[in-house]
Design a protein around this ligand. Sequence first.
Ligand code: DUC
Ligand code: ZN
Ligand code: ZN
Length: 463
Amino acid sequence: MTYDIVIRNGTIVTADATFRGDVGINGTQIAAVGQHLEGRETIDAQGLLVMPGGVDGHCHIEQDEADGSVHEDSFSTASASALAGGTTTVVCFSAHLPNGRSLVDQFETYVEKGRRSRIDYAIHQIITNADEQTIAEGIPEVVRRGVAGLKVFMTYDDFHLGDGDFLKVLEAARHAGTIVSVHCENYEAISFMIRECLARNETSPRYHALSRPPCLEREATYRAMVLAGLIEQKIQIFHVSCPEVVEEIDRARKRGVPVVAETCPQYFVLTGADMDRPGFEGARYMCSPPPRTKADSAGLWSYVRRGVIDVISSDHCGYSYDGPLGKSRFGRDAPFSLVPNGIPGLATRLPLIFDEGVNRGNITLNQFVALVSTNPARRYGLHPRKGTIAPGADADIVLWDPEKTVTITNSLLHHAIDYTPYEGRQVKGWPVMTLSGGRIGMRDNAILAAEGDGSFVAPLKGN
Ligand code: DUC
Ligand code: ZN
Ligand code: ZN
């Protein structure tokens, strides 16, 4: 048999195994994994790792904001950035805002927006109110139409749900059969802390971190798990920032609460001190929950190794530093409370975790693949179509040079954001080619996939 494309002589790495071999691709799918395969086109992967393309389970892309603006990274730029970093599937967010439109209408509009994506995309639906229509009709219908999961915020003025509304969403999710992911921080306590800081004229970015201490993430996480346990509904704790929060998750899991956890690269490579830079510079590192301390990062790895945290996503949420919709939108003297929260991270996720995780001995290669690809694909019902190298899976593959040393700089990342929080950081291990749906989408940092090459993907039934 002659395949359309054969990736030859690479070291194939999946979540379970590492072996020398060839991958045969026909059309959009992997047709064979074996030895001495013949192809009409051959890609030489000698010296390279051949891994399933990254699945980024948490990316804010072209998302509507409460003030009527839209995130600066469009599906076109964000998906280019994903390819540059070896990611081939994004799970992004449709936001249900108080603008009179129904949940289903909002979801369908977002599905349409995604048609410009260069790679496949799945969707989380953010629920910001628990009115009768949303609960009784909206949630079952978006699940029927292929939503990957629901997302609830316990903080942020325009997004947060109180406990009563959160319970209604948990119950609706249980009936509809979908996972609920939760941003856990205590809204009232953070509002109090922010007011106190501002009253003392403590307005610079460093106070962002100080106004959102770990105990407020821990309390909200505990509360979310109690409520999920009450309803017996599976939840995922998003972007866990420090071990004291995972300690609660570990305990709840041992009690039988159906809870899983995700963290992000920023909690391994940034710290609160990054927000304590001169002037407004710290705004470049502001995200929520905020990065903590080096000791917290080390503690997180131990929970990753034990499998209590089993997914690492980017929480890509790009705001430019200088643009009119970015960090400086209210000026460089604006108090931290007015600076939008979020940092870009789609392209840097795999390189940072490979370097911090694999190169430093915190995780194995197979754990790396599981954390950044296989486990998120499973969590959102996309496995075995995504997240593995096996016959029948989509030919979403990254060719990775484990010896390539790169100094991260913004021009390599292909996003619409004018900076990266990782500028100047050196990493060893870099994607040299990304295939998406059987086509070369990125080669040597050149983006070859076109807008619209990606498709909406829904959870597989019966996964
Ligand atoms: N925090 C969020 O909750 N979402 C986007 C980015 C951020 O920092
Ligand atoms: Zn969040
Ligand atoms: Zn987020």
